[in-house]
Write a protein that binds this ligand. Structure first.
Ligand code: NIG
Ligand code: FE
Length: 416
């Protein structure tokens, strides 16, 4: 039935809205004090203020008393690479010794290393590790996640990764939005023939993925030494023609013009942006491109953080994501994400919550369905052990999630 009443929450942090929020709007969380939320048949049917009678027969509902706790929309993680084979713990040690991410990539480590392991992994092995990662994310309050292919870089393995995501989406409470990332790196067999590899993706992979509806969006690693601006433009324009939404890994390592390209093409989101230029930031704000920031990656790579404060002040729609992947960010730590976003990117707690709910839903083209506590949206909710959302960045690195609700059903009850 999935009928649920959560009553007496100290705060119902609604994040109300049906599209992403820009600039100053990101401060408004539309909190209802001592509120009650009713989910009927998996969909939010009532958001009630203190003292309002509950117009339902309580015996037809599971009733949760949330006294002393705060209720938020389920978190939406709009950038991950959670389906992969193997690990890269040696590379972490090398980086700490002083090798750069790009040096390691250029000598056959990095993405290509994971590609080898992902090609070798069976579909069932990828299912099992993917499932475990989703379980961990769910316990941290993530109820919707984006997942990218891009560790196959050949026909068979790219499709295998996308099929795994489709199967996990069917069997797991977490909703998955799949993204095709055929241009994540150039595999050994195409090295030096990057343009032809882009053509292969456009001519062979896009139609295959589109025909089987295995992905909603297409993404590319636009970076010095990976794919050029020109290659990225060609690839993304072709993707749009074939009906895909557009995403781009932009300005991660060097200032490369990726943010500007995202604005030019009207990408749904541009992600990373550690080195985005002032011009790129202004262009993204004007074009309404979601700037998806990944503080756990900057932390793990010991890089300078993206300029989140400047982006919001420039009127950008900023989202946050974990970037869970085996190389640059092997973590889905939502608690650390909130702390880093506030401490180093200078987001306020309100902006950080907006960035990981309604704005991250917008980065997945799902702000009409999830990302806020509004009547008519999916009953995806996270109940915190503490009375205010302000504990999210403040209680550094601690999982303060009490209960996770997916479509009105209690799917996690953390033993706190
Ligand atoms: O988002 N930067 C490119 N892609 C991933 C890293 C992938 C990897 O290192 O395996 C990212 O950080
Ligand atoms: Fe990424």
């Amino acid at each position: 039935m999935n009928n649920l009443i959560i009553k007496n929450a100290e705060q119902v942090v609604t994040c109300s809205g049906h599209k992403g929020k820009r600039g100053r709007e990101m401060r408004e969380l539309h909190v209802v004090e001592n509120g009650t939320v009713v989910v009927t048949n998996g969909i939010i049917s009532h958001v009630l203020e203190q003292g309002k009678p509950i117009p339902m027969r309580e015996d037809e509902y599971v009733v949760l008393d949330a006294t002393g706790k705060s209720l938020l929309p389920g978190f939406v993680d709009p950038h991950t690479h959670f389906v992969f084979g193997g690990y890269r713990e040696e590379e972490f040690a090398w980086r700490m010794r002083g090798d750069s991410y790009m040096e390691i990539m250029n000598r056959g480590g990095g993405i290509v290393n994971t590609t080898r392991a992902t090609r070798e992994a069976t579909e069932e092995e990828l299912m099992e590790s993917g499932r475990q990662r989703l379980n961990a994310m769910l316990r941290l309050g993530i109820t919707t996640v984006e997942g990218k292919s891009g560790y196959g870089l050949d026909r068979e393995t790219e499709l295998k990764q996308l099929r795994v995501m489709r199967r996990l989406n069917d069997e797991h409470p977490v909703d998955i939005m799949p993204t095709f990332m055929g241009a994540h790196a150039t595999p050994a067999e195409w090295k030096g023939r990057e343009d032809e590899f882009i053509d292969f993706n456009i001519r062979e992979m896009f139609p295959l993925v589109a025909r089987e509806q295995l992905a909603e969006a297409v993404d590319i690693f636009c970076e010095e030494g990976v794919f050029t601006i020109e290659q990225s433009r060609r690839y993304l324009l072709a993707a749009r023609e074939q009906g895909f939404l557009l995403k781009i890994h932009a300005d991660e390592i060097v200032s490369f013009g990726g943010a500007e390209l995202a604005a030019e093409l009207g990408c749904l989101s541009a992600d990373h942006l550690l080195q985005a230029s002032d011009r790129g930031i202004r262009a993204m704000a004007e074009a309404g491109v979601v700037a998806t920031l990944l503080p756990l990656t900057a932390f793990s790579l010991r890089e300078a953080y993206a300029r989140g404060r400047a982006m919001i002040d420039a009127g950008c729609m900023v989202a946050l994501a974990t970037d869970l992947n085996p190389g640059s960010s092997f973590t889905a730590s939502v608690p650390l994400l909130f702390a880093l976003a506030c401490i180093y990117m200078e987001l306020t707690p309100e902006e950080a919550v907006t960035a990981f709910t309604i704005n991250s839903a917008a980065a997945l083209n799902r702000a009409d369905r999830v990302g806020s506590i509004d009547v008519g949206k999916q009953g995806d909710l996270v109940l915190l052990q503490f009375p205010s959302y302000k504990f999210l960045p403040y209680h550094v690195g601690m999982n303060i999630v009490d209960t996770v609700i997916k479509r009105g059903e209690i799917v996690v009850k953390n033993d706190l």
